[in-house]
Write a protein that binds this ligand. Structure first.
Ligand SMILES: [Zn+2]
Ligand SMILES: [Zn+2]
Length: 445
């Protein structure tokens, strides 16, 4: 599994706008954290983009550009102070997918020796871009990096071992049809489903039928008699079995070769939360405020798009007063659940308590009434979420990022929110793109 370079869509658009189309070759410096997966794979997550000034180039021609030592000293100091890796970006002329040149090879060796002396042994990278695409590798080596752009879509713009993507793939993702390429993306994308209850169990079924083949299934619970009306795939014989095992059995019955990792645990715990870092996309199918706050932090901090979904039936005097469903994409550039006023800080605080803290806390109410849940409403919400996933992964033209379903009115509404520029989760001042460089706000008991 090759390592990965992950760039937020707004940064990728900025790079294209600043660097391409100029007569002379240009450069940029990216500062990246690292996200470390359980199999040792490293993902470089771009946090900041720096454009050298004219005065910081020592040479700048049509076919080459060279940066002054003072610039290299400046950016390596910034990287060292913040514990970040450096990624050197330069352009090549023309419309063909770029290839590193012998000049690039020699320059990188010098640069990489210098950085080793300045920054120690941490890996750095380089990226070359033209009008025809991009290519990236570990600095001074031939190990190429997958390049993934994450925002409203998750687009793989360079895959090592394959020819670079065509211009239309890279620059016209919006219009790319959900065809053979989209199908391959579905098979390649590792999807974590957090919560295998009323919504997650349906999501697992839809995904395997669509051709998703790599799963991480996370849920602490076992099947209970009261779940049987809505956990699809579960039978009376499954009472007492882990929900993740029931979902895995369904996936295998349809796709015996599927790659399935199951984890029976609650994502509010650090060891469970970290299993999500192995995913390329997360479906958030739990309803506790604590679990949703942890999952969305993983999504923004590790640049893994996440689709949150839920349904609510409100009642008064045993009369139904409202039937609602919600589906929301949580990804760089889009507001998080805090910015959308969809998390309650007090409930998050309680969900994050360990058992002894819980006993001492005077504000814990009695166990909550089980929320009403109906399989048909869950099915509606999951179908909307899975269609949104097709947009994110396969480029299908599902453009909404936040949907509200009103069952009584039979209406579906696309809503748009604003991310707060100083949010502690989804902004650059917050957890965004810090990867494994920072801890998660989780329970460690
Ligand atoms: Zn070059
Ligand atoms: Zn936010």
């Amino acid at each position: 599994m090759s390592d990965e370079l992950c760039i937020q869509a707004s940064d990728f658009d900025s790079l294209k706008a600043h660097l391409l189309g100029a007569a002379e070759e240009r450069c940029a410096i990216l500062f990246a954290s690292q996200s470390k997966r359980s199999d040792g794979q490293i993902r470089f997550l771009v946090r900041e983009v720096d454009y050298p000034t004219e005065a910081e180039y020592s040479r700048q021609g049509e076919l080459e550009a060279e940066l002054k030592p003072a610039l290299v000293a400046r950016v390596s100091k910034h990287a060292k102070i913040n514990g970040l890796s450096l990624i050197f970006v330069h352009t090549h002329p023309g419309d063909r997918p770029p290839i590193f040149s012998p000049v690039d090879d020699r320059g990188e060796l010098v640069l990489s020796d210098f950085l080793k002396s300045r920054l120690g042994s941490g890996e750095n990278a380089s990226l070359v871009m033209s009008n025809g695409g991009v290519r990236a590798r570990i600095l001074g080596q031939h190990d190429e990096l997958r390049v993934v752009v994450v925002g409203r879509r998750r687009a793989v713009v360079f895959e090592p071992g394959l020819d670079g993507p065509s211009t239309s793939d890279m620059f016209d993702r919006q219009v790319r049809a959900f065809g053979a390429a989209g199908q391959q993306r579905l098979a390649d994308t590792r999807v974590a489903i957090v919560g295998l209850g009323g919504t997650g169990s349906i999501a697992a079924q839809q995904l395997v039928h669509l051709g998703v083949r790599r799963f991480i299934l996370i849920d602490p619970d076992i099947i209970e008699v009261t779940n049987l009306n809505r956990v699809v795939g579960a039978t009376a014989q499954d009472v007492g079995a882990p929900k993740v095992a029931v979902a895995a059995r369904y996936i295998r019955s349809f796709s015996p070769d599927a790659e399935i990792a199951t984890w029976q645990g609650d994502v509010v715990h650090d060891v469970t939360a970290r299993t999500m870092i192995d995913a390329d996309l997360i479906l958030l199918c739990t309803d506790s405020h604590g679990s949703r706050s942890v999952v969305q932090q993983v999504a923004y901090q590790h640049l893994i798009p996440c689709i949150d979904m839920g349904s609510t039936i409100t009642q008064s005097d045993s009369q139904i007063t409202g039937i609602f469903g919600r589906v929301q994409l949580l990804s760089p550039g889009l507001p998080c659940l805090w910015c959308s006023a969809l998390l309650d800080a007090e409930q998050v605080r309680r969900d994050m308590m360990n058992e002894s803290e819980r006993r001492l806390d005077p504000y814990i109410p009695g166990s909550r009434e089980p929320a009403p849940s109906v399989v048909s409403l869950n099915g509606t919400v999951v179908s909307l979420a899975v269609s949104m996933l097709l947009g994110v992964v396969a480029g299908a033209p599902f453009d909404a990022t936040h949907l509200i379903y009103n069952g009584q009115a039979s209406s579906l509404r696309s809503v748009r929110g604003e991310a707060r520029s100083t949010c502690f989760i989804c902004s650059r001042d917050g957890a965004l793109a810090w990867g494994s460089n920072r801890q998660l706000l989780t329970r460690r008991d």
